[in-house]
Design a protein around this ligand. Structure first.
Ligand SMILES: [Zn+2]
Length: 69
């Protein structure tokens, strides 16, 4: 087997194991606050549009493993 292929397989296995235990990524836009703050009107805020008010995203690997939300 090609050494690079083994490295890729090991990396994928590590990544998927990580996704199984930690399936979510925090939302970079709201930093888990789930809110989107207005830059024009001070104090005005709404649901974060990037994560849809959830505060996190499901990681790609976790979606592959069958996690939905
Ligand atoms: Zn967000």
């Amino acid at each position: 087997m090609h050494p690079l292929l083994i490295v890729t397989l090991v990396a994928t296995a590590v990544y998927l194991t990580s996704c199984a235990f930690h399936p979510y990524m925090k939302c970079k836009q709201c930093n888990r606050s789930k809110e989107s703050h207005s830059t024009t009107f001070k104090g005005a805020f709404g649901k974060c549009r990037t994560c849809n008010g959830v505060g996190h995203h499901v990681r790609w690997g976790a979606r592959v493993l069958g996690r939905k939300s």
